[in-house]
Design a protein around this ligand. Structure first.
Ligand SMILES: [Zn+2]
Ligand SMILES: [Zn+2]
Length: 404
């Protein structure tokens, strides 16, 4: 069996992994590169997967972040694409919005994706793949246990152990993912060791405190970061403040999908308690205060102008506001500056979607991985200095690794 990382051995995002036996070939993730990457996605091709004659049993998408799914349209027709059921529905909404607003996006193709079932194996030739839910800032994300030729490979996808499902993760690894021959792990935080990580529940506690201290609260957060949105929503309900969104069809539709597909009360977004922003709400907002899940758009800007004595919670990665970072987003910085000029106070409240170095070490230990291949990292070599048992193999892009 061979493992090849086409892209992403030394960068965060855009990772594409191939696992191949003599009679089967699968690809894990087909995402776009993040803005900080050096090369261009457009030039990226894989023979038999994106060009030529289809020669691939399946492409498996671990989660709906653009750096894992964004190039799905390049996959040759005829090759089945798999994703989680809820992830597929959420991504379908994202693609519909792109199509309606920018004439981009392909919700029809997303609709043809096949779906993972947790713990239910899929068979591609002699490769058996079992998906397990993993904790990440994308909802309905998966790690994949791949078994073939008597070997066990675990591909973590992007993961962490401090989100809403974080406390369960160690026991999931214990139960299903021991005796691993090759662990392919994400290593985002290997180059961000100084970044302080709080749990999503801690973020919820801090949001609760901010809601108590500030009558009017706006927040900027990714529309698909469901764990953080659920913490904000639950804090707003606890404080008896209306939870307001600004784009009815889009954000509400995503929250509805989550509520329908989840049994957990934590993800139960009650439509009766969610308001879609409009001037008609100003009286209610003035009286009771509010939590407004905004976007960096004109509607939110107008709402901020109407309630300038507010707190703006910036709940995204700080790198987007940092002028020296390649992923710096002028649009976001302009928006935050505009809010500050209006009179808003600013709070930064965010937690990472990625495993800390300690969490990566823990997974290496629980899985008993004999070989560890780091991907999705700007500093994969750092893994060598962590005292991990097991053979650490830092691959180059396109290098073949034979599993023996
Ligand atoms: Zn990623
Ligand atoms: Zn991700």
């Amino acid at each position: 069996m061979q493992i090849k990382i086409y892209r992403g051995t030394h960068q965060i995002g855009g990772c594409v992994t191939e696992i191949k036996t003599s009679n089967a070939r699968i690809i894990i993730d087909m995402g776009e590169e993040l803005p900080s990457a050096n090369s261009l996605s457009q030039q990226f091709e894989i023979d038999g997967v994106t060009i030529g004659t289809p020669d691939c049993n399946a492409v498996l998408i671990t989660h709906y972040h653009g750096d894992h799914i964004g190039m799905f349209e390049k996959i040759l027709p005829g090759i089945p694409i798999y994703a989680g059921k809820t992830a597929k529905q959420i991504y379908g909404i994202v693609q519909s919005v792109l199509k309606n607003k920018l004439d981009k996006g392909n919700p029809e193709r997303v609709n043809t994706f096949k779906e993972f079932t947790v713990g239910k194996p899929l068979y591609f030739g002699d490769i058996k793949v079992t998906p397990y839910t993993i904790d990440h800032s994308a909802f309905d994300a998966y790690m994949l246990l791949i078994e073939a030729e008597g070997k066990r490979i675990l591909h973590t996808g992007d993961f962490r152990m401090h989100g809403a499902r974080g406390s369960k993760m160690a026991s999931v690894f214990e139960k299903y993912c021991k005796d691993i021959d090759v662990l392919i792990t994400e290593g985002t935080m290997l180059s961000r060791v100084k970044e302080r990580i709080i749990t999503e529940h801690e973020l919820g506690r801090q949001a609760d405190k901010l809601l108590k201290e500030n009558k009017y609260v706006f927040a900027l957060c990714s529309s698909t970061n469901i764990d953080t949105i659920a913490e904000f929503y639950n804090a707003a309900i606890k404080n008896k403040k209306p939870f307001i969104v600004c784009e009815e069809d889009f954000q509400l539709e995503i929250l509805k999908i989550v509520t329908q597909n989840s049994n957990s009360p934590f993800y139960n977004f009650n439509r009766q308690k969610i308001y879609s922003y409009g001037h008609n709400l100003h009286e209610l907002m003035t009286g009771r205060g509010f939590f407004f899940l905004g976007r960096t758009n004109y509607v939110t800007q107008k709402a901020i102008e109407a309630f300038p004595d507010s707190l703006l919670i910036y709940s995204m990665w700080s790198g987007y506001l940092d002028k020296s970072h390649p992923a710096f987003d002028e649009h976001k910085t302009d928006f935050v500056n505009y809010a500050l000029n209006c009179g808003c106070r600013l709070a930064h409240l965010h937690t990472s979607g990625h495993a800390s170095v300690e969490q990566i070490k823990k997974v290496c230990k629980i899985t008993g991985a004999k070989t560890i291949i780091p991907i999705h990292s700007e500093n994969p070599e750092k893994l060598n200095s962590l005292g991990i048992n097991g053979n650490i193999v830092v691959l180059q892009d396109n290098q073949n690794f034979i599993v023996e």
